[in-house]
Ligand binder design. Structure first.
Ligand code: SF4
Length: 457
């Protein structure tokens, strides 16, 4: 399908659209109802959602021991571009311009690069941001160069020991891979993010990994995602030693400074912890150490925010805040200068950069907490509209089997993941019928089960 075809297709979602309404209201309401809308809360106050995942394939070239895909996921077909374009239109109507769309999967780089280019262009056309979420194996310099030219904003590399990459025995050894990925992106104008799953097999390596990431000036955002019992991965329940607090302490040990994870909030405090630092030459200083001041700045920004758009327009809002609260602006500037000065000798050794640090606490599939799901900041685009990532992971096969209705010039057509292309029939085949799509590869628990059966026979 050509790029220009986007205008001909619209999805008909079951979820409601918030176009023309206060698009932050649903998230704000969810957080208020569970007592999570305090003075440091930014979600629902300045933006309607943190990000939305657009799964462009269920295929992957790895088999992580904590994979969130389902056993059956790789039996399915990739959604046609018309379906993905329609889902993008739905994301835009729910959350407005500015939302970050994660091109994910499976690994999105298994799709044709032309498809990924078309998606980046469409996301840019809709005024949203795009992020390629990849294990990096197929994300060559040539591919990233093409995607950057097509409008890609961010690239997030997932690298950790759950991937069982051959020849690497620790997170520290995997830094070779991380360095190579950073070199691949250099000069392309893309923001670099790194994702790490925190599990029993790498928990002791966390301080060393955090120190490495602190010392990479090109890395703008690091996310530590705690082991969750969901999906097909062979590792299941999280060890008791891994908690939000213990992960925060391990990261702070690596950064060699307190990170003040409790000063601001991005959604529910049981889901997310957020820190912001300045780094230079092997040192880091938290930007959130003065909690009363940070909360005053948040209140001032809220006061001058015109609340017309889903996402806050940072520059005009800041300008208004400086005009209305000049003394507060001076205090905030002074705090920033003080923080940078505390980098001390680091200032002579390297560039000053800001880095965001995130801890994400996904839930187990059989232990979803209603209030967290209702105030989720991390959604997945489905045939019925955006859905909490934790809920989606717990019900993946159900959503793969739900048909997207696409309205085109010749009337409606339908698609679900059991069929390779759009159909004029609303009654689509059952995803559970193994004859529909070949079982190309066994993954996760199913692979182990088959291997054990073979050994026993
Ligand atoms: S995906 Fe799960 S852990 Fe993350 S914000 Fe949503 S409900 Fe919370």
């Amino acid at each position: 399908m050509k790029d220009s075809a986007h205008a001909k297709f619209t999805i008909v979602p079951a979820g409601r659209s918030f176009k023309g309404e206060d698009q932050r209201a649903p998230l704000r309401g969810g957080l208020q109802s569970c007592g999570e809308y305090g003075a440091g809360q930014t979600a629902g106050r300045f933006y309607p959602i943190a990000c939305v995942a657009l799964e462009v394939t269920q295929r992957c070239n790895l088999d992580c021991t904590l994979c969130y895909l389902s056993d059956r996921a790789e039996m399915t077909y990739d959604p046609p571009l018309s379906v993905l374009f329609a889902r993008l239109a739905t994301i835009r109507s729910h959350y407005g311009a500015g939302v970050s769309v994660q091109l994910t999967g499976g690994d999105p780089t298994l799709r044709k690069v032309e498809d990924l280019e078309a998606l980046c262009r469409e996301i840019r056309r809709l005024g949203m941001r795009s992020c390629l979420m990849t294990n990096g194996i197929r994300a060559s310099r040539a591919m990233l160069t093409r995607l950057a030219a097509a409008g890609l904003d961010d690239v997030a590399f997932h690298v950790d020991m759950t991937q069982e990459r051959k020849g690497f025995r620790s997170e520290v050894e995997l830094n070779t891979v991380r360095r190579a990925y950073i070199r691949r992106v250099r000069g392309l104008g893309l923001r670099i993010l790194f994702n790490t799953t925190v599990f029993g097999g790498n928990f002791d390596d966390l301080p060393a990994l955090a120190r490495f990431l602190r010392d990479c000036p090109e890395v703008a955002f690091v996310s530590f995602q705690m082991q969750a019992d969901t999906g097909r991965g062979v590792l299941r329940a999280r060890p008791d030693a891994i908690t939000q607090d213990s992960v925060a302490r391990a990261i702070e040990a690596g950064y060699e400074t307190p990170l003040h994870f409790g000063t601001t909030a991005v959604g529910h405090s049981k889901c997310n912890r957020y820190a912001s630092v300045v780094t230079a030459g092997g040192r880091a200083v938290s930007l959130l150490s003065n909690q009363p001041l940070v909360h005053k700045v948040i209140a001032a920004l809220e006061d001058v925010d015109d609340k017309q758009d889903a996402f806050i327009r940072i520059r005009p809002t800041l300008r208004r805040a400086i005009r209305r609260y000049p003394f507060l602006a001076l205090r905030a500037l002074g705090q920033l200068v003080f923080s940078v000065a505390r980098l001390g000798p680091g200032l002579l050794r390297g560039p000053v950069r800001r880095q965001a640090v995130f801890i994400h606490n996904f839930m187990a599939a059989d232990d979803l907490e209603e209030d967290r799901c209702a105030s989720c900041v991390f959604m997945v685009a489905t045939a019925s509209g955006p859905l909490s990532m934790c809920v989606h992971n717990a019900q993946r096969d159900l959503h793969l089997a739900s048909p997207d209705r696409i309205d085109g010039p010749a009337g409606p057509s339908w698609w679900n993941a059991a069929v390779p292309r759009l159909s004029r029939q609303a009654n689509l085949p059952d995803l559970n019928d193994p004859a529909l799509a070949p079982l190309k590869r066994l993954k996760g628990q199913m692979r182990v089960l088959r291997r054990n059966q073979k050994d026993a026979s």
